[in-house]
Write a protein that binds this ligand. Structure first.
Ligand code: NAP
Ligand code: COA
Length: 266
């Protein structure tokens, strides 16, 4: 049943919500009535995203800038968001960095950069966010198949996202008794995003990637927004500490073998 006001009166804060998957989530939450703050590093990109979010919903929107690696900046942005719209009901950590490189081609600084944005950034957003949360708030971290599937050229991302998965479960365990829920969403390859472009930079690579996905298509931003609406709302009020995989079966393995070409049903 479609409930247009499912999130009416709720407030959301989305770190990394200024482009790609997280912007789709921001627009999805807004379309169900939430007031949404999006955060990124770039001021004009963040403002453009907030305008796009406002055009998609009945609630308000705002832009904040911070580097998630800096807890002082993150705290300030959260304080501003609370002053604007009140305590936060849905807190999402989705900022990330990725570049494909062999382990020997990643410098210690390069490895640290990705771990700092993804893992430390998620810790900063959730740790700084704690005091600004409403009773019953839902926290959602955006993780990735790399957390559980080792991939070449992704050692830094695999390590960072695996850390996020464990952080989700530890915080769910510790903060559940405080009336909070902490979950994750693990998207598969999502078309028209920076992350997808970086891992599949040309048409041939995209076709190869899609061929390996059991559902035989890349995901869309809306696929992930729907998962965030579920985890962010009362629809999932007894779901805590889980990672919701939304990847067309990507995590299960490579489905490109010819023997998997099933004849069409009559
Ligand atoms: P994207 O468009 O590049 O979005 C990244 C967001 O994070 C932007 O809003 C960016 O804004 C912000 N950001 C980056 N570094 C930051 C920092 N240090 N401090 C604050 N904000 C920062 O990425 P995407 O491809 O949509 O991916 C979004 C999320 O989904 C990520 O967590 C990614 O790991 C996950 N994911 C993506 C895919 C995929 O196919 N794309 C698949 C699985 C998982 P600024 O540039 O302005 O800072
Ligand atoms: N191969 C190897 N190392 C690389 C690299 C590549 N393709 N790209 C960056 N690095 C290294 C840099 O060389 C540097 O280390 P060094 O000084 O020892 O050489 C380190 O990573 C930090 O790079 P820098 O550009 O200073 O970091 P930054 O904080 O400005 O940017 C990134 C962080 C590199 C992750 C950048 O790509 C980014 O901001 N990404 C956000 C968007 C994104 O990745 N979206 C996809 C999400 S899935």
């Amino acid at each position: 049943m479609y409930q247009a006001d499912l999130l009416k009166g709720k407030t959301a804060f989305i770190a990394g919500g200024t482009s790609g998957i997280n912007l789709s989530i921001a627009k999805g939450l807004a379309s169900y009535g939430a007031s949404v703050t999006v955060l990124g590093r770039d001021v004009s990109k963040a403002q453009a995203a907030a305008d796009e979010v406002a055009a998609n919903g009945s609630g308000k929107s705002a832009a904040e800038t911070a580097d998630v690696r800096d807890p002082d900046q993150v705290l300030k942005a959260l304080q501003n968001a609370r002053e604007n719209f009140g305590k936060i009901d849905i807190l999402i950590s989705g900022a990330a960095g990725n570049f494909p490189a062999p382990a020997l081609g990643i410098s210690p600084k390069g490895f640290k950069t990705v771990v700092d944005i993804d893992l430390l950034g998620t810790y900063n957003v959730f740790h700084c966010g704690f005091e600004h949360l409403n009773q019953g708030a839902s926290l959602i971290a955006i993780t990735a198949p790399q957390a559980v599937v080792p991939m070449p050229y992704q050692a830094h991302v695999c390590a960072a996202k695996a850390g996020i998965n464990m952080l989700i479960k530890c915080l769910a365990l510790e903060w559940g008794p405080a009336g909070l829920r902490v979950n994750g969403i693990s998207p598969g390859p999502i078309e028209e995003t920076e992350g997808y472009e970086r891992l599949a930079p040309n048409e041939q690579a995209k076709q190869q990637m899609v061929k390996q996905i059991p559902s035989r298509r890349a995901g869309t931003g809306n696929d992930i927004a729907d998962a965030a609406i579920y985890l962010g709302s009362s629809l999932s009020s007894y779901v805590n500490g889980t990672i919701l995989t939304v990847d067309g079966g990507t995590e299960l393995g490579d489905a490109s073998a010819d023997c998997l070409s099933i004849p069409a049903r009559k």
